[in-house]
Design a protein around this ligand. Structure first.
Ligand SMILES: Nc1ncnc2c1ncn2[C@@H]1O[C@H](COP(=O)(O)OP(=O)(O)OP(=O)(O)O)[C@@H](O)[C@H]1O
Ligand SMILES: NC(=O)c1ccc[n+]([C@@H]2O[C@H](COP(=O)(O)O)[C@@H](O)[C@H]2O)c1
Length: 165
């Protein structure tokens, strides 16, 4: 049995890491779809798809990576067609892991099996909050895996966010 986890991963944080581990405890292989892969250098999507992929690859241990494959999923104008567009990019899957209401609605409409992953420390662990903390100079390092931390420092995420905001 294989699963799909879709997110924007702006950046890939410890909640996403938890979702990957929960997903992998229930399926053989997990396809990770990097959503909005066509977007970067904008407020909700500051990091490029390649940078997000690097965050994920450097945050997962080699054993985990054996069962994970990453795909770029650009947005489309048409919400109703979007899940079919995803299917044209990723291999077949039996279950979708998501906690995003809109994504869940779209998949349930197609009678796809959706598992809602519990949110970890959502008061602080969200892409939105982490981007704000980086921009305002707060200490965000505990909210992301070490691999993501290194990528964010390498690309000078703070400077990028301050230019965009
Ligand atoms: N704190 C969390 N704990 C567990 N899973 C999470 C957490 N935050 C997000 N996720 C998972 O990631 C998916 C969404 O990815 P996304 O990149 O949009 O995260 P986000 O933190 O909500 O981002 P943003 O705040 O930028 O909108 C959700 O469907 C959910 O499964
Ligand atoms: N019409 C569309 O292109 C469409 C519809 C629903 C979700 N999505 C994408 O799927 C991803 C869903 O992840 P989030 O959990 O981050 O919202 C996002 O990248 C979002 O843009 C795209």
């Amino acid at each position: 049995m294989d699963g799909l986890l879709i997110g924007r991963f702006q950046p890939f944080h410890k909640g996403h890491l938890e979702a990957v581990h929960i997903g992998l405890s229930q399926v053989d292989n997990l396809w990770i779809g990097i959503g909005s892969s066509n977007k970067s250098y904008e407020k909700r999507n500051p990091f490029t798809a390649e940078e997000r992929k690097e965050m994920i690859l450097s945050s997962l241990d080699p054993k985990t990576l054996e069962r994970v494959k990453i795909f770029f999923v650009p947005d489309t104008g048409d919400h109703e067609k979007w899940t079919y567009h995803v299917d044209s990019i990723v291999p077949p899957y039996d279950v979708v892991f998501s906690n995003d209401e809109f994504t869940i609605t779209l998949y349930k409409k197609r009678n796809k099996n959706v598992i809602e992953v519990p949110l970890l420390r959502r008061d602080t662990i969200s892409g939105t909050n982490i981007r704000e903390m980086i921009a305002s100079g707060k200490d965000w390092s505990d909210l992301v895996p070490e691999g993501t931390r290194k990528v964010l420092l390498k690309i000078d995420a703070k400077n990028r966010l301050l230019k965009i905001l």
